[in-house]
Design a protein around this ligand. Sequence first.
Ligand SMILES: [Zn+2]
Length: 102
Amino acid sequence: MAQRPERHVPQRSCIACRTARAKRALIRLVRGPDGAARVDAQGREAGRGAYLCATRACWERALSTGALGRALRAELSTDQRATLKAYAATLEAASSGGGGER
Ligand SMILES: [Zn+2]
């Protein structure tokens, strides 16, 4: 059992690109009790969750490949997809690669 000097940072993988990142760097989506997927801005809502990078590319990939629906085990309605796409449009197109936070 090796001791790790660094503090433990919880990591999650993006369901689109599968990159593992610190939980805080990802956006959580949750399937609510009504079965609808929505963005969980606080990251602490109960329900089945999935994580995506804060980049439009990952969101579009997750929506177009159906990875999001699979991860949440939810059928995404046309309305929900539109809402999530609108959210994705507010994100940066791609990761700036360590450009820092805005
Ligand atoms: Zn990603």
